[in-house]
Design a protein around this ligand. Structure first.
Ligand SMILES: [Zn+2]
Ligand SMILES: [Zn+2]
Length: 336
């Protein structure tokens, strides 16, 4: 039952889509900037989840009035568009499709390339049972940590997108390079800034060469076994975990902070995603290098950042202070 409802919910998103920011409501950059940087291999979904409308208590009266007007407009607009909105079965979530993902869309070369890449990785991963070996599994796990944790969550997301901490340039570039090997778009926000740096321009212009080099190395080291597990299984695994953060963390889990949106803290997604599942914390304090704010909120990426900080390799590490937490806390006794 649980599985079938999960499939029902995921169904619209299982195929190559139009826009999946890791957090749609907080990341201002569009998918286009990502295309400019060419740091992606999958198309995202265009899904607008209607945000819950809450008014902070500490606003002055005139702001409250304008917020109430805004609320009235939002209600009006949502009523007007009611026909184009779909409620996700069993959940209190309404989704509005902006465009047809397949039937009425114009496929350009990049779309085909991306869809082809996703399809190829999924097909490759289907060979997993036939090419299993323990060393291939360990290669997949090793690359999952290197590209997922160091590449996506530490580098792309917390370092480059949110500038949650600073690294020396060689280290910043090394981790960003790991992100390229994850073949996906967790678009860094400071695109203009990044494009000024020759290293990122070099990555952009040679984008395909790097994963291909990895493919060749894997094949030379362990044949088809390493290829299937180190590329197919690992990449598909990372894709689906990214989608879990984008979907599950706006649907299931707890809210600790008044963020005015649907973001949630979900412990099991946090385990799989190296701490990204503490998504309500992240929406509340985007600048924070630490997403698991409580001691019991497992956040592998934060532990690495903290270690780098202790070693003097990460500086300017940003965390929310008590006043910032108090302002957004929904319930002061259980702020987790
Ligand atoms: Zn973010
Ligand atoms: Zn989000």
């Amino acid at each position: 039952m649980a599985m079938s409802s999960l499939l029902l919910v995921l169904k619209p998103f299982l195929l190559p889509p139009r826009h999946v920011p890791i957090c749609s409501s907080t990341h201002p950059t569009s998918f286009n900037t990502c295309r400019k940087l060419n740091l992606n291999l999958h198309t995202p979904i265009q899904h607008n989840v209607l945000r819950k409308f809450t008014i902070p208590n500490n606003l002055p009266i005139e702001n409250k009035t304008s917020q109430l007007n805004a609320k009235a407009k939002l209600v009006e607009a949502s009523e007007a568009k009611a026909t184009s909105e779909k409620k996700i079965p069993l959940l209190d979530v309404v989704v509005k499709r902006k465009r047809q993902v397949f039937s009425r869309r114009k496929w350009n070369f990049l779309d085909i390339e991306i869809a082809g890449g996703i399809l190829a990785m999924h097909l490759l991963s289907l060979l997993a049972p036939f090419y299993f070996s323990w060393s291939a599994l360990w290669v997949a796990i090793f690359l999952y940590v290197v590209t997922g944790l160091f590449g996506i969550t530490l580098s792309y997301h917390r370092n480059l997108s949110h500038r949650s901490f600073k690294l020396s340039k060689p280290l910043e570039y090394l981790f960003a390079y790991c992100g390229v090997m994850a073949l996906q778009c967790e678009k860094p926000n400071n695109v203009g800034d990044l494009q000024k740096q020759p290293f990122y321009r070099f990555l952009q212009s040679t984008y395909h060469a790097h994963p291909i080099a990895l493919v060749v190395q894997l094949y030379l080291l362990g044949g088809v076994h390493f290829l299937v597990w180190g590329m197919g299984v690992r990449i598909v695994w990372i894709y689906h975990i990214t989608w879990l953060v984008n979907l599950v963390c706006h649907v299931w889990g707890k809210q600790a902070w008044n963020t005015g949106d649907l973001s949630r803290n979900n412990w099991w997604v946090a385990i799989l995603s190296f701490g990204e599942g503490w998504h309500n914390n992240h929406h509340a304090f985007e600048y924070s290098a630490r997403h698991g704010l409580e001691w019991w909120q497992l956040d592998m990426t934060w532990y690495v950042v903290r270690l780098l900080q202790i070693l003097g390799l990460a500086t300017d590490v940003k965390l929310p202070n008590e006043a910032q937490k108090e302002r957004l806390a929904l319930n002061t006794s259980t702020a987790g």
